[in-house]
Design a protein around this ligand. Structure first.
Ligand SMILES: Cc1ncc(C[n+]2csc(CCOP(=O)(O)OP(=O)(O)O)c2C)c(N)n1
Length: 543
């Protein structure tokens, strides 16, 4: 089939790269592409009403599908709007192919309205940033971008598409897909050295990072953990289910503050960190040597895919561990399993004791949500300061069961949940979003309704930027004497999330008692459409 224009060639290459959906928001510089899409039934366009929504939807889609996600935004200001969520996508290592329209190159010297040099704008947050200047270069550039986004360490790439390149009429060779094989096995000698250290350790601790979930290596991680009988923590800012939440050895998220980190590490003599971020707030470190030992030296540093490499480590350990050592590891696993059960029971008891309080306490909301969440659901977490206990009370077990905000740029949860649902249409999706966070991308609700994407949203509504109050208190050594804040209360007026949802075609309800949370979630899940539950919760943190 001949491809006579740049836009046709671009869309055909995307299809060959596995793209079925393009997220975006168009303007005049995107019109050639939109015209091409109008004639291309193989790619569904999901319209976002602001560029940040488009990027976070694509990010969620990429993370939950493991596929390349295509997202197109308007030139200069559109790309500017995209940058916050692009930062989050970069931190999550999401393989996004971000494109923006650009003016006809014949006009650029005159600096027309909306023009700017786009690649330098995107460059800090992408692996490769490029403007195509000739139709002849289009296939090579798009193929390279698709390969680069998916090659480890995965991440977003950017291409600027001038109008004249997309409109150019010429038959070009579309070239072919290149996929760098992702299952890179770590160095054998280093694995033996790591096994030596681990077999000798008395009290090892494991950090299972997001890269374990990205590479679907939970079973392999659990095998190693059980051989050692070592507690497994998610990394400091975990954004995935990188170890089954219900596993006896699962200990929750690694603490984030210095004193609790020190207290925890004093109990252990060796850290095995797999695909995770060691204390600092950086990137998953599976296949990115830059991240390994970046801030803290590693005795043994292995670059490799966790799923491909952990079985080699398990095998090296099996060769070293005596039957007594294995028996002791089993006993430790049982003991830690009992401690985990006691922790969960205690949390449930506390939630039960708080269940009658109004406003609803964060813990009783978390417990009610966990109770009403189906076992096969995907939970999207942007509950910010009120989500404590989630990792103990949810039953998330697989690598795609839980997604959280990785980069810290808030406003991610509402749109990311839509991309996640589009990638995993067979699983219920429940998104837990702080009221402050929700307002950054509230337009997502229009897309949820317009494209009939059935996500159940639970708004953790404490009418404040509670975490900023907490952090202010922490700065002052948690002295409650001078408990005063500026610009951290979302009142006068208090936001009406059910009203906002309704105005965008999304059904919802207001909940003020924890006993009403479960029934509301069941109604939402049964509705078959998007649904928003605005839950008024306590914003205090003294209790
Ligand atoms: C894009 C962006 N802007 C601002 C911030 C700073 N910030 C971090 S958390 C937060 C408030 C979040 O409020 P909410 O979602 O209601 O959660 P809560 O603090 O009440 O738990 C703000 C403004 C940020 N992280 N990202």
């Amino acid at each position: 089939m001949p491809f006579t224009s740049g836009k046709q060639a671009f869309l055909e290459i995307l299809k060959q790269e596995g793209v079925e959906i393009m997220f975006g928001n168009p303007g005049t510089t995107e019109l050639p592409l939109m015209d091409g899409l109008a004639r291309e039934p193989g790619i569904r366009y999901i319209l976002a009403l602001q560029e940040s929504v488009a990027i976070a939807m694509a990010d969620g889609y990429a993370q939950a599908s493991g596929k390349l996600a295509a997202v197109n935004v308007h030139t200069s200001p559109g790309l500017g709007n995209a940058m916050g969520m692009l930062y989050d996508a970069m931190k999550a290592g999401s393989p996004l192919l971000l494109t923006a329209g650009q003016h006809d190159q014949a006009m650029n010297l005159t600096e027309p309205i909306l023009w700017s040099d786009l690649p330098p704008v995107a460059r800090p947050y992408v692996k490769w940033s490029h403007e195509i200047t000739r139709i002849d270069d289009l296939p090579r550039a798009v193929r390279r971008a698709a390969k680069t986004a998916r090659a480890h360490p995965t991440g977003p790439v950017f291409i600027s598409l001038p109008v004249d390149v997309l409109n150019a009429e010429r038959q070009v060779d579309l070239l072919e897909t290149t996929r760098v094989a992702p299952r890179i096995r770590g160095d054998k000698t280093a694995i033996e050295a790591a096994a030596d250290l681990l077999a000798k350790a008395q009290r090892p601790i494991i950090i299972s990072g997001d890269a374990v979930a990205h590479g679907d290596g939970l079973a392999e991680m659990a095998d190693v953990a059980e051989l050692l009988g070592a507690p497994v923590y998610a990394e400091c800012v975990p954004s995935t289910c990188s170890f089954p939440f219900t596993h006896p050895l699962y200990a929750g998220a690694f603490p984030r503050l210095g004193p609790p980190i020190r207290a925890l590490l004093m109990k252990h003599d060796l850290i095995l960190s797999v695909g995770g971020d060691l204390f600092t707030l950086s990137l998953p470190s599976d296949l990115d040597p830059w991240e390994i030992g970046k801030n803290y030296p590693a005795k043994v540093a292995i670059q490799g895919d966790p799923k491909a490499t952990l079985p080699d480590l398990a095998e090296a350990l099996r060769r070293r561990l005596s039957s007594e050592a294995l028996k002791a590891a089993k006993a430790r696993t049982e003991e830690l399993g009992k401690a985990r059960e006691a922790r969960v029971a205690d949390l449930k008891k506390r939630a039960q004791a708080e269940a009658g309080l109004t406003p609803i306490t964060p813990l009783s909301l978390v417990a009610a949500v966990a109770e009403a969440t189906p076992d096969d659901a995907i939970v999207v977490d942007e509950s910010i300061s009120s989500g404590g206990g989630l990792r103990d009370l949810l039953k998330s077990r697989d690598a795609k069961a839980f997604f959280g905000l990785r980069g810290g740029g808030i406003g991610w949860g509402l749109p990311a949940a839509l991309g996640i649902k589009l990638a995993q249409p067979g699983r219920p999706v429940v998104a837990l979003v702080g009221d402050g966070s929700a307002m950054y991308t509230i337009q997502s609700l229009w897309t949820a309704s317009h494209d009939a994407i059935p996500v159940v949203y639970v708004i953790f509504n404490n009418a404040s930027y509670r975490i900023l109050k907490q952090r202010t208190l922490a700065l002052k050594g948690f002295s409650f004497e001078d408990d005063k804040y500026v610009a951290m209360d979302l009142v006068n007026p208090r936001l009406d999330y059910v009203g906002l949802a309704k105005s965008m075609g999304v059904a919802g309800e207001l909940v003020e008692k924890s006993a009403d949370v479960g029934p509301a979630m069941h109604r939402g899940l049964a509705s078959g459409g998007p649904y928003l539950i605005d839950v008024r919760i306590d914003g205090a943190f003294k209790s």
